[in-house]
Design a protein around this ligand. Structure first.
Ligand SMILES: [Zn+2]
Length: 584
């Protein structure tokens, strides 16, 4: 048996999707919140019977392989590999292993990680840096920390000795070349401490190199490569995903050292973005593991900025957000080393976003003078206005009135004149475009619905073929399906939907799967009788719409035609068509 088919037999779509999305029974299908876009009401449908999962909000989905491709952002061969592992199916050896750029890139990174690890063991100065920062040997091993020696070719030679060629090394960005034309390549990271970056499936995708002592840049990072898409990677998610699920909370910190020290101190749900601002995709990724996140960013102004930005983004993603105020230190790394108990207590007691804004506003502006008061209102009122109930608004306004020693009724008045657009300090910063996350609108045509009915009630196909008026162009998206239906119809006396499917290309079969689900989505709990009625109605409407279009065409032609003979012919045709209208 083909290994793809074997995997399909062993893996149920509902079990697979259930590992990513919480599913609830809905008729003969299951439903949940879409893993591909943000939504509050479930439109992601899983059909155990048909073996497919599809979102009627953003129109993405398919069978188990397609689902893995989409949710893990991998190619088809990689999806096969991931599923083979889950189902214990042995893949044939000759399966192209490294012809995929991403796979080769990861393979190079695996060797490179190992190389840097060994170099760290051989360099006391580098190893001491980590030990002096309080890391244990165990921690160094867990995070696969390493050292890039002060050499232009040690790594390069090592990898070439393993059989990789220059082109692969350049593509993986473990080496540099001075210019495109330059054939000489040299190690990218030299004399730096190395933090390998893994994706959440434990694949090394890139590296960050920190200088020992002073110098610029402090951190040197791998650029984006076939394996490394920075906006999709969260540092340490591979080590923290279990703890994030258990604690039902993810803690975002700023730096690699913050993450590592936090994990060593028992905060094993800490993660970081890789030297970039958090992105909508990263938040989407974290939503697979928890809906609750807390930001523990540095206490300097850049950290505050980052917190504001992250909160805005997380609110759009519909996550529950808290803020951890870091005690005794500017970042978690320092805080943990100075006051472990204080850090642990801060982690246990994150504050609400509103409390964070309050404490920020009152630290930043002087509430004792009028200008300060105005600034505080300018900052806080638009945020308070975002709350939906007057009760919540009232609570914060009361607090504000008390702090500012003013009458709460005046603040209600100010609130009503405040525009809702938040004026965070970061509003001048470029915002992450939310469009990428917005569902694409798609309207299905009557022809598509009718195809869905045929797949669900194959007996009706005769009725459809007999009643759809011949030689009338159908919706171009579906015309080919109807042509194949007709072909199968003239060949066989009874309809087996698999005969029909066999005639289709892979893409068209996927399309047909979606049409099949369409009926479950739009006509749940439909009886056969109701289906009959609906099908009749659809056929009538399709015919009517198509005839109407043809009529209009003829009317224009007749009006434009100057030759009386032509005109007469056109009129005859037109009358034929009118007769058809009477029939339907
Ligand atoms: Zn969706």
């Amino acid at each position: 048996m083909n290994h793809v088919e074997e995997i399909r037999l062993r893996m149920n779509i509902e079990d697979l999707v259930g590992g990513y999305v919480q599913l609830k029974k809905s008729g003969r299908n299951l439903k949940g919140l879409c893993p591909f876009h943000s939504e509050k009401t479930p439109s992601f449908m899983v059909s155990p019977e048909k073996g497919i999962a599809y979102c009627f909000g953003c129109h993405q989905g398919g069978d188990i392989f397609k689902f893995i491709e989409l949710v893990e952002n991998v190619s088809f061969p990689e999806a096969v590999r991931i599923l083979a592992e889950k189902t214990n199916v042995t893949l044939p050896k000759e399966l192209p292993k490294a012809n995929n750029k991403r796979i080769k890139n990861i393979e190079i990174n695996q060797w490179t990680t190992k190389f840097y690890e060994e170099e760290l063991e051989n360099n006391k100065n580098a190893k001491d840096y980590f030990l002096n920062r309080g890391l244990t040997n165990e921690t160094i091993k867990k995070f696969r920390l390493g050292f890039a020696p002060d050499s232009f070719n040690k790594l390069k030679n090592n990898l070439i000795g393993k059989g990789f060629d220059k082109k692969d090394l350049i593509e993986a960005s473990v080496v540099n070349q001075r210019s495109i034309a330059d054939k000489n390549i040299y190690d990218r990271f030299r004399n730096r401490l190395i933090f390998p970056i893994f994706d959440h499936q434990d694949n090394p995708v890139g590296f960050s190199g920190r200088i020992i002592g002073e110098g610029e840049p402090k951190y040197l990072n791998s650029p984006e490569t076939p394996a490394y898409n920075k906006s999709l990677i969260l540092y340490a998610l591979n080590w923290s995903k279990k703890s994030i699920k258990e604690k039902d909370m993810a803690i975002f910190v700023e730096g690699y050292m913050d993450v590592i020290t936090a994990h060593q101190a028992g905060t094993q749900n800490a993660i970081a973005t890789c030297g970039t601002a958090s992105t909508a995709q990263q938040l989407k990724l974290i939503q697979r593991f928890t809906k609750n996140i807390a930001f523990a960013f540095d206490q300097d102004s850049a950290g505050i900025e980052a917190t504001f930005r992250a909160i805005e983004l997380a609110q759009m993603a519909d996550l529950n957000i808290k803020v951890i105020i870091i005690p005794n230190g500017k970042d978690p790394d320092e805080s943990i080393r100075n006051n472990l108990v204080g850090w642990q207590s801060a982690v246990e007691n994150p504050i609400s976003v509103m409390d964070f804004y309050f404490s920020y506003a009152f630290r930043k502006f002087d509430k004792e003078n009028m200008d300060g008061k105005k600034e505080i209102l300018k900052l806080l009122l638009p945020i308070i206005k975002l709350y939906r109930t007057d009760m919540e608004k009232g609570e914060y306004l009361n607090k504000l009135a008390m702090e500012l020693k003013t009458d709460v009724r005046l603040l209600w008045n100010d609130l009503n004149h405040t525009s809702i657009k938040p004026s965070y300090p970061s509003s001048q910063a470029k915002k992450q475009s939310p469009e990428t996350n917005e569902p694409k609108k798609r309207i299905f045509s009557r022809e598509e619905f009718l195809l869905g009915f045929i797949c669900n009630y194959p007996e009706i196909y005769k009725k459809v073929i007999d009643n759809l008026i011949d030689n009338i162009p159908l919706n171009p998206n579906t015309e080919r399906f109807y042509n194949i239906l007709k072909k199968v119809y003239t060949r066989e006396s009874s309809m087996d939907i698999s005969n029909f499917r066999e005639e289709l290309s892979k893409e068209d079969r996927e399309q047909i799967d979606i049409y099949t689900l369409l009926i479950d989505e739009f006509y749940p709990d439909f009886s056969e009788e109701l289906a009959e009625k609906e099908i009749g109605k659809l056929i009538r409407e399709i015919n009517r719409k198509n005839i109407h279009n043809i009529q209009k065409d003829y009317e224009i032609k007749i009006r434009k035609s100057e030759n009386p003979e032509d005109k007469k012919n056109l009129l005859n045709h037109y009358n034929e068509i009118l007769k058809l209208t009477v029939k339907i």
